[in-house]
Design a protein around this ligand. Structure first.
Ligand SMILES: *Cc1c(COP(=O)(O)O)cnc(C)c1O
Length: 456
């Protein structure tokens, strides 16, 4: 086994820790994000050989490099098999241009890939060590449902989810409220930011310090690393056609998905470029152009709602990877290597009109259904190809990521192409289940009492 990897904080003021500690801490004590101190290298031949493997087998091979002997091999293998029991389709639209569908998990969003693995890893440590954990998380929709589904039935872990009462769709709400058991859902009389404020307060409240609170949002390293696996899967599934390298178009909000891809490339995946596709929240495309970082505040409401982020929480990690430092407020303490950043990444902002036209165009030209997030990715790839020099394009592979199931956006699809896609089985089955949910005022003391009561 290789030397064990340590995880350091992007703020550089907390000690480096092992995988278990980074997973359970979530955020480093100095407020920074954990990053692996070194990235394991996987040889080109080995990556090529992944093509004969199932998704969960590739997952095991990659994760064991990061976790080392902290979890027994046979145990990790079974966690992977259990987490990844759904298909990951690669659909060809044109010669060397594909869509990878990351929307076939139980909550029909790509967040299942990360949440399901993180839940199993946390559950492993909780039961091995007799820990009682409480996951406390605020959600504007997709994260809450993926986390709730992933942790459902965990014996040693309670999950408390706060969502803004009037700001999630009926499907998203039902995905959280129909689970019950160890999943406790709170509809807050407030906005997403209020949910997040209450959660932050709970994490720093000394009168809750006897309860092991963990976070499950996208900053957790246990969510990040699983998001590098599908990049390997895509390449190994298609590389036998003799491509030189691959370009991925990643529809980005908090940049966790992209960060997973960057880790995959560090590990040796032959990626020519990542195309960062954002909606009108264009702080990163502007930063790439000007070198000046200005969050979009308040964030702009777009139909690709999971990407309405004005200041991405994973940006500090990307900056760290390119030798810069960004603090939690988004201030650049040290400018990253912009030359390298620009040669590895292209960023493009896609308008609402372009998003809708792409949904319509892909349906008409290829008979393919995309939802708004995937449409942003496809259009971003298109624009990149229009502007970039032609040289490598015939020999490279291009893959746009579709991150949600089109059936989650019926109004938008009816509006653009007149079709309401059928709900996948996992979503159709919750339609008529009873809902369990507590309504709560936007007051911290009420939340605190709720948590204390739960842990009696
Ligand atoms: C969360 C989410 C995104 C954005 O992913 P990030 O990792 O935050 O960049 C894109 N599409 C969908 C459907 C999502 O749920």
């Amino acid at each position: 086994m290789n030397k064990p990897i340590k995880y350091y904080s992007t703020n550089l003021k907390s000690p480096a820790v092992n995988f278990r500690q980074a997973l359970l801490n979530g955020l480093a004590p100095d407020g920074g994000l954990y990053m692996p101190s070194s990235v394991p290298h996987i040889s080109r031949q080995r990556i090529h050989d992944y093509r004969g493997l199932e998704y969960h087998e590739i997952a095991y091979d990659i994760l064991m490099h990061f976790i080392g002997d902290e979890i027994e091999g046979s145990k990790l293998k079974s966690l992977c098999r259990d987490a990844y029991d759904f298909e990951v389709p690669l659909e060809k639209l044109e010669d060397n241009k594909y869509i990878m569908r990351l929307d076939r998990g139980p909550t029909a969003s790509f967040k299942d890939f990360a949440a399901r693995m993180m839940a199993r890893l946390m559950n492993h440590y909780a039961s091995a060590e007799g820990l009682r954990l409480t996951i406390l998380t605020a959600t504007s929709g997709d994260t809450g449902s993926a986390v709730a589904s992933a942790f459902r039935g965990s014996e040693n872990i309670d999950v408390v989810i706060l969502y803004p009462r009037d700001e999630v769709s009926a499907i998203q709400r039902k995905q959280m409220t129909t689970l019950s058991g160890n999943i406790h859902v709170i509809a807050l009389d407030g906005k997403f930011d209020h949910c997040q404020d209450l959660v932050k307060k709970a994490f720093t409240d000394p009168s809750l310090s006897h309860i092991s609170l963990s976070s499950a949002n996208s900053i957790n390293i246990g969510r990040l690393i699983p998001q590098s696996i599908y990049y390997f899967y895509a390449w190994s599934g298609l590389c036998e056609n003799g491509y030189d390298k691959v370009c991925f178009s990643v529809p980005s909000g908090n940049f966790g998905n992209l960060m997973g891809g960057l880790i995959a490339r560090e590990m040796g995946l032959p990626v020519r470029r990542f195309i960062i596709s954002t909606n009108s929240n264009d702080e990163v495309p502007r930063f790439m152009q000007t070198g000046i970082y200005e969050p979009v505040s308040p964030s702009i409401d777009c139909i690709s709602s999971a990407m309405n982020v004005g200041h991405p929480s994973n940006l500090a990690r990307i900056i760290a990877l390119y030798e810069g430092i960004m603090d939690e407020k988004g201030c650049l303490q040290k400018q990253p290597r912009m030359d390298r950043l620009k040669s590895d990444l292209s960023a493009v902002s896609i308008s609402e009109e372009e998003t809708r036209n792409t949904i319509a165009g892909c349906h008409k030209n290829y008979g393919v259904l995309l939802e708004p997030h995937g449409a942003v990715a496809w259009k971003g790839m298109d624009k990149y190809l229009e502007n970039a020099d032609q040289e490598n394009h015939d020999r490279d592979l291009f893959i746009a990521l579709e991150t949600a199931h089109p059936a989650k956006f019926p109004e938008e699809l009816i509006r653009t192409i007149g079709i309401a896609p059928a709900l996948p089985e996992s979503l159709a089955s919750i339609e008529n289940l009873p809902e369990y949910c507590v309504e709560m005022k936007n007051e911290y003391d009420v939340l605190k009492e709720f948590i204390l009561e739960l842990k009696k």
